[in-house]
Design a protein around this ligand. Structure first.
Ligand code: SF4
Ligand code: SF4
Length: 282
């Protein structure tokens, strides 16, 4: 079962929940797709299998001797990554999405492609929690899109058997959509604030569009704000799987790089619901 853990906004506790669920399960693969700032490895202390694999994409290169500035490449580029200056084309790597469109559009054989490293993929067994296998992606600083790296991480993990947890990037951008896509179930983590509710709605809209069964976990739960979130979830017919209360001791342990044992009962309850979901789908 592939379970993605996402949230409409950062800082709601996605990674906390992913780690709690991983420890409660104890035999699974955790894919850290929060590639701009992966941090599951800080808690799991994995023994990496090798130095890591460079992940590359193909980017266009323009041969100025052949280019006559006709503009066909610029016209076809939906990302404004090619501009025409005088009689030559200028490429802006930072905007390029590696679609290959300009290559097809150029009738003068003035564009070729070359590999560009966009990040690193590492795998390893968690020394701190035996039985947990970690797949970790790190996006190279300055790389505009995390999508190709996340896609590659999911491809690499597609042969794995057993349960897989996927810690998604925050927000509701293309990176999150790529990470969540094809999940068997998505857990949306939120906090009981107006911002939390607003961004939860955006994330729910995405899982709805992708037709992914969804449940919500309310983190930093408090009596006053929970009601709004719960009423909202009810209106969308999305179950609230669990609530994780505010806890200073939990926050202290987490900040010290430990996975607190405090809420393992909550994680176990969530797994029970996920197993029921799996049985219902079987
Ligand atoms: S399509 Fe080819 S020839 Fe025309 S501007 Fe682009 S690179 Fe130059
Ligand atoms: S590969 Fe695609 S995104 Fe990149 S410059 Fe060419 S057309 Fe634009």
């Amino acid at each position: 079962m592939l379970i993605s853990i996402a949230s409409g906004k950062g800082g709601t506790g996605k990674t906390t929940l992913a780690l709690l669920l991983a420890v409660a399960h104890s035999q699974l693969t955790l894919i850290d797709c929060d590639v701009e700032e992966p941090n599951c490895h800080l808690f799991l202390q994995p023994k990496w299998q090798g130095p890591g694999q460079d992940i590359t994409i193909m980017v266009p290169r323009i041969d100025s001797d052949r280019c006559n500035g006709c503009g066909s490449c610029s016209a076809v580029c939906l990302f404004s990554a090619v501009a025409i200056s005088g009689k030559s084309a200028l490429l802006f790597d930072e905007l390029c999405h590696s679609c290959g469109g300009c290559l097809l559009a150029c009738q003068h054989n003035a564009i070729c492609e070359e590999q560009k490293i966009i990040g690193t993929l590492m795998t390893g067994a968690a020394a701190a929690q035996p039985g947990i296998h970690l797949v970790n992606g790190t996006l190279k600083v300055g790389t505009p899109s995390a999508v190709p790296l996340i896609r590659r991480m999911k491809q690499e993990s597609s042969q794995l058997t057993g349960d897989i947890l996927l810690d998604c990037p925050p927000g509701t951008s293309c990176s999150m959509v790529t990470a969540v896509k094809n999940s068997d179930f998505c857990i949306l983590v939120t906090e009981p604030t107006p911002f939390g509710k607003h961004d939860l709605e955006l994330a729910m809209n995405i899982t709805h569009l992708l037709q992914i069964p969804t449940g919500v976990v309310i983190n930093k739960s408090d009596a006053a704000g929970d009601e709004n979130i719960e009423a909202f979830c009810t209106s969308r017919q999305i179950p609230v799987l669990a609530k994780i209360p505010h806890s200073l001791s939990f926050a202290r342990q987490y900040a010290a790089g430990c996975i607190p044992a405090d809420f393992q009962n909550i994680a176990a309850t969530i797994w029970q619901q996920l197993k029921a979901e799996r049985s219902a789908r079987a």
